[in-house]
Write a protein that binds this ligand. Structure first.
Ligand code: ADP
Length: 163
């Protein structure tokens, strides 16, 4: 059985993330989406909110689990018995950072392979930051964020600024 971990901030989860999860769930027996505590000290959503949101939007995938961690990805994968870390590649701009992370993870855990999935054409330029920017201006988020969490994103903004 191949277990893959898909890590990120998911602040909030976008349709681009969800597309990647769906595709990974078809390739790997088990996919653990792990929300990582990170350098961003001011996330829009708390860890608990993000875990709940990701669980809600992935519940239709039976082999997908949701977790959170403050461990290094390489250590977390080892603990979970995962041999693969899945990452998404959008434009060229993701490439350098992602390669660096893959090499560091390999150094820390030689058993761990990084699998890159190219972003789907539709979501190539979609990021959590873009969703937040759009929400700030009161834009329609339906093409960018899972419908189950759009209300929650909008509720964080009053149309003029962050609440
Ligand atoms: P991080 O802070 O770790 O980059 P993100 O939540 O921004 O966390 O992204 C997690 C992973 O999802 C990264 O591998 C990123 O490249 C990928 N990703 C983000 N947005 C998209 C998208 N629109 N399409 C495909 N992959 C994406």
């Amino acid at each position: 059985m191949t277990t893959a971990v898909y890590t990120g901030s998911f602040d909030p989860i976008t349709l681009g993330h969800l597309n990647l999860i769906k595709r990974a769930s078809k390739v790997f027996d088990r996919v653990i989406v792990c929300i990582m505590y990170n350098k961003d000290k001011h996330p829009l959503f708390t860890m608990e909110e993000r875990v709940r949101q990701v669980r809600t939007v992935t519940q239709r995938f039976p082999n997908v689990e949701v977790d959170s961690s403050d461990m290094l990805v390489a250590e977390y994968a080892r603990m979970k018995g995962a041999g693969v870390v899945v990452r998404g590649l959008r434009a060229v701009s993701d490439y350098e950072k992602e390669c660096q992370m893959a090499l560091i993870n390999k150094r820390l855990n030689p058993e761990l392979e990084t699998f890159f999935l190219p972003a789907s054409e539709k979501y190539m330029y979609l990021s959590s930051s873009a969703v937040k920017e759009l929400a700030l201006f009161g834009a329609d988020l339906s093409a960018f964020a899972p419908r189950e969490i759009i209300g929650e994103i909008e509720a964080k903004f009053d149309g003029k600024g962050r609440k």
